[in-house]
Design a protein around this ligand. Structure first.
Ligand code: NAI
Length: 468
C-alpha cells in the first residue's frame, strides 16, 4: 500500500471535487474516488448541467417557434433535431467533466474510478469496473456520495417509459403526454423542458401547492405562469399507481384527502418525488458510522461523523440537496482540516428553479417569518414596470424583499422572473453582510437592467419605488 493520503474523498460530485481541490490548495495530499467512471457526480453528468443545457436549448426552440414573430423576426417554422440537441447536451457534459479531471491534475490530486468501501477507520478499498481491487490509506476520509432518486411504492422506474430525472434527460422523442409525479424542482424544470419542445405535460402534486418550502405567493404566481404556458398542474392529488396499457401508461390518481379515483393516459411518466442520501455498500455499518432515521450520515457542526477522522458533506447529510450547499461544505471541511475556521452560513443559501421565468429565493419566506413571530415589512416590484424587461418582452414576475420591521435588515428575497437565478445574488451578498433594505435601495444600479427591479423592491420597503 502506498503512503497514506492526508485526505480521501469518496464521491467526485460538486461536494467531493471542490473539497478535494480546496484541500490540495491548502497543501494536503489528496485522493478522490468515484464509481461512475466520470467525475462531477449527478450534477455534471445527469443533473444540473445537462438539464440546464436542455432548458436553454428548449427555450431557444420555443422562442423561435412562438416569440421571434413578436419581435419582427420572420422565420419558417423551426424543426426540432432532438438528436443534435442531445449532442449539444453531451458536449456540455464532456467539457465540464473534462474540466474536473484537468483541475485534479493541476492540483496533483490522485483520482480513482471504482466503488469505494471503507474497510477500516483509515482504509478504503476500491473495486473498479473490471473487479480489480486497490486499497489506499488516509488520515481523514470525507463521504460525499450524494443522493439517488426515489420512487413511489409499486412504481418501478425503467428509465424508458417511467423515468427519473436521469431518463428524462435521455428521451429519444418528444412525448405526446408526459405525466410528472411531484411538483418540486425536478418535476417543474424537466416538465417545462418537454413542454417547450411540444409535449403535453401534466404535473400531479400531492400538496395543495407546488414548490413546497418556497415563498407561497411566489409559488402561486409561478403556478399561474406555468398554466399560462400550457402546463396542466393538478395539486392536492396523489398518484396511486402506474400501469402499462398497450404501448402507453395509465396513471391512477386520487384526491389527496380521499375521494373518487381517476386515471390519466400518458406515454412517459417522470417520477420526481424526492431523493434519498446514497450510502449503499460504503461500509458504514462495519466501522460504525451513524445515520439518522432518514438514512443521512449524522455529523456535528464541523461535518465530523461519530468516527473522529471521517466527515460527510452534501446530499448525504442534513439540509437542502443543492450542489452549491455541498460545494461550500466541501470548502469548509478542507479548511477545518487545515486548521482554519471553515464554515457555511445556512441562512444564506440561494435556491433556484431554472425554468422560464426562473424562480429564486434566499433567506426566510413570509410563512417562516410569521411562524417565528418576527415582524417584517414587504417590498415588491413587478417586472411589468421595469424598462429592460419590457424591451425583452419578459415582464412575467416580480421581486419581493422581506426586511425586519425594526432594523430594516433584509431577511429574505424571492424573485420570479427572467434571470432571477442571477439577480438573487444581490440579496445574497447583501444578507451575508447583514445589510438593510436601505443599503440596497441606496446602491446605484445601472440602467436599464433587470436588477433595477431588485432595487425598486428595496425602495418599496422605505418611501416607495420610483417607477410605480
Ligand atoms: P422535491 O422534494 O423538490 O419535490 C418533490 C415533490 O413531490 C414535492 O412537492 C412533494 O410534495 C411531491 N410528492 C411526493 N410524493 C408525491 C405523490 N405520491 N404524488 C404526488 N406528489 C408527490 O424533490 P425533487 O423535485 O425530486 O428534487 C429532489 C432534490 O433535488 C430536491 O432537494 C431539489 O432541491 C434538488 N434539485 C435541485 C435543483 C435546483 O436547485 N435547481 C434541480 C434539481 C433537483
Amino acid at each position: 500500500m502506498s503512503d497514506p493520503f492526508d485526505l480521501i474523498v469518496i464521491g467526485s460530485g460538486p461536494g467531493g471535487y471542490v473539497c478535494a481541490i480546496r484541500a490540495a490548495q491548502l497543501g494536503m495530499k489528496v485522493a478522490v474516488i468515484d464509481k461512475r467512471g466520470a467525475h462531477g457526480g449527478t450534477c455534471l453528468n445527469v443533473g444540473c448541467i445537462p438539464s440546464k443545457a436542455m432548458l436553454h436549448t428548449s427555450h431557444l426552440y420555443h422562442d423561435a417557434s412562438h416569440s421571434f414573430e413578436n419581435f419582427g423576426i420572420e422565420v419558417s417554422k423551426p424543426k426540432l433535431n432532438l438528436k443534435k440537441m442531445m449532442g449539444h447536451k453531451q458536449n456540455v457534459i464532456d467539457a465540464n467533466v473534462g474540466g474536473i479531471s484537468f483541475l485534479f491534475k493541476k492540483n496533483k490530486i490522485t483520482d480513482y474510478f471504482g466503488a469505494a468501501e471503507i474497510i477500516a477507520q483509515d482504509k478504503v478499498k476500491i473495486t473498479d469496473a473490471d473487479g480489480k481491487v486497490t486499497e489506499i490509506a488516509g488520515k481523514n476520509i470525507v463521504i460525499a456520495t450524494g443522493s439517488d432518486s426515489v420512487s413511489l411504492p409499486g412504481i418501478e422506474i425503467d428509465e424508458k417509459q417511467i423515468v427519473s430525472s436521469t431518463g428524462a434527460l435521455e428521451l429519444e422523442k418528444v412525448p405526446e403526454h408526459m405525466v410528472v409525479i411531484g411538483g418540486g424542482v425536478i418535476g417543474l424544470e424537466l416538465g417545462s423542458v418537454w413542454s417547450r419542445l411540444g409535449a403535453k405535460v401534466t404535473v400531479v402534486e400531492y400538496l395543495d401547492r407546488i414548490l413546497p418550502g418556497m415563498d407561497l405567493e411566489v409559488a402561486k404566481t409561478f403556478a399561474r405562469t406555468l398554466k399560462k404556458q400550457g402546463m396542466d398542474i393538478k395539486t392536492g392529488k396523489k398518484v396511486t399507481g402506474v400501469e402499462k396499457a398497450g404501448n402507453g401508461l395509465k396513471v391512477g390518481l386520487e384526491p389527496a384527502k380521499g375521494g373518487d379515483a381517476s386515471t390519466i393516459d400518458a406515454d412517459i411518466v417522470l417520477v420526481a418525488v424526492g431523493r434519498r442520501p446514497y450510502t449503499d455498500n460504503l461500509g458504514l455499518e462495519t466501522i460504525g458510522v451513524k445515520r439518522d432515521d432518514r438514512g443521512r450520515v449524522e455529523i456535528d457542526a464541523q461535518y465530523r461523523t461519530n468516527v473522529s477522522n471521517i466527515f460527510a458533506i452534501g446530499d448525504v447529510t442534513v439540509g437542502p440537496m443543492l450542489a452549491h450547499k455541498a460545494e461550500d461544505e466541501g470548502i469548509a471541511v478542507a479548511e477545518i482540516l487545515a486548521g482554519q475556521a471553515g464554515h457555511v452560513n445556512y441562512d444564506v443559501i440561494p435556491g433556484v428553479v431554472y425554468t422560464m421565468p426562473e424562480v429564486a429565493s434566499v433567506g426566510k419566506t413570509e410563512e417562516e417569518l410569521k411562524e417565528a413571530g418576527i415582524e417584517y415589512t414587504v417590498g415588491k416590484f413587478p417586472f411589468t414596470a421595469n424598462g429592460r424587461a419590457k424591451a425583452m418582452d419578459m415582464t412575467d414576475g416580480m421581486v419581493k424583499i422581506l426586511a425586519d420591521k425594526k432594523t430594516d435588515r433584509v431577511l429574505g428575497c424571492h424573485i420570479i422572473g427572467a434571470t432571477a437565478g442571477d439577480l438573487i445574488h444581490e440579496a445574497a451578498v447583501l444578507m451575508e453582510f447583514s445589510g438593510s433594505a436601505e443599503d440596497l435601495a441606496r446602491t446605484c444600479h445601472a440602467h436599464p437592467t433587470l436588477a433595477e427591479a431588485v432595487r425598486e423592491a428595496a425602495l418599496a420597503i422605505g418611501d416607495g419605488p420610483i417607477h410605480m
